[in-house]
Design a protein around this ligand. Sequence first.
Ligand SMILES: NC(=O)c1ccc[n+]([C@@H]2O[C@H](COP(=O)([O-])OP(=O)(O)OC[C@H]3O[C@@H](n4cnc5c(N)ncnc54)[C@H](OP(=O)(O)O)[C@@H]3O)[C@@H](O)[C@H]2O)c1
Length: 323
Amino acid sequence: MNYKIRWGIVGPGNIARKFTKDLIQIDDAQITAVASRSIGRSKSFADEFHIDRYYDNYDQLFNDPNVDIVYIATPHNHHAELSKAALLAGKAVLSEKPSAMNKAEIEEVIELSKKKRLFYMEGLWSRFNPLIQEVYEKVQSGTFGELKYLKADFGFFALNRPDDSRVLNPSLGGGSLLDIGIYPVFLAYLMLGKPNKIKTIPKFYKTGAEVQISIIFDYDNAQAVLYSGFVSETDCTAQISGTKGRIHIDTRWHEPTTYHQHTSEGSQTIEHDFKGNGFSYEIEEVHRCLKNNLYESNLWSHQNTLDLIGLLDDIRADAAIEF
Ligand SMILES: NC(=O)c1ccc[n+]([C@@H]2O[C@H](COP(=O)([O-])OP(=O)(O)OC[C@H]3O[C@@H](n4cnc5c(N)ncnc54)[C@H](OP(=O)(O)O)[C@@H]3O)[C@@H](O)[C@H]2O)c1
């Protein structure tokens, strides 16, 4: 099991750079290629990370026999199409979140992953964070009794970005929901599952992008209050409360280091290390899956990805968010 997994990076922008900084720290990872639409961006990324092969188009990377798995880090609206192209060329795929623009798109990707027997995972990195994993296990084991309430927010100021930027341009999937609202939705889904009812109140920017949204998930015996926005910086904290206790995850809760636990046995603050930029946990999970010939992770499965994008579709329908 000592062989290296050979990675190809597609879309060498902001997040690809942070991801790659963590990837080079992983012993059994090797970065063999990078592809951009621009040879200049591709070469400068290759120079920065000492990558031998750099391409000015994505297809050449998908067809490179020296690549085992492709990391897709382009804007949201290209994730599904590029995931399919990579799978069709015989590559395993780790795609940045959101997996796709809607459920119909990702269904095709997952079908292809199963048909080609090739690994596919949405890079919902918070799922693999050890603190989130620990909180999840405590919730599952009943430490806090029956969950009744969950609150999570994620907001920062992004209205100073260009109108045609990825975050404010609806044709690139812009708006807070798919970019950062996905995290509070993920937490509610992870802890409470799929709600019976969803209510939303959105606000829109001059570009037509949604830039502020409040979401309520209603369950048989619980409620979740979720928020995301680009209009101001918010706490970025999470609270999970049950009949026997509660947890507060400190800012920024989706890349957490600290949480506070309160039960009848007392209060405790629990701190975790945070390695690098936080991507090594998901990378290690990808390697575990590839080395065990798994086509999906049991921590963030194909069904989890389908459920999450299904919830985002439902929120969009309620809020009349269009791309
Ligand atoms: N997991 C996380 O914490 C996290 C954080 C931030 C973002 N993300 C996700 O990562 C993805 C990329 O975000 P980012 O901030 O890294 O984006 P970015 O830097 O703006 O763009 C990344 C790459 O996408 C391509 N690209 C940019 N604009 C494009 C356009 N208009 N049309 C087609 N391709 C375009 C470019 O690749 P070329 O060089 O090939 O042109 C660029 O290098 C998003 O889907 C986002 O949700 C995840």
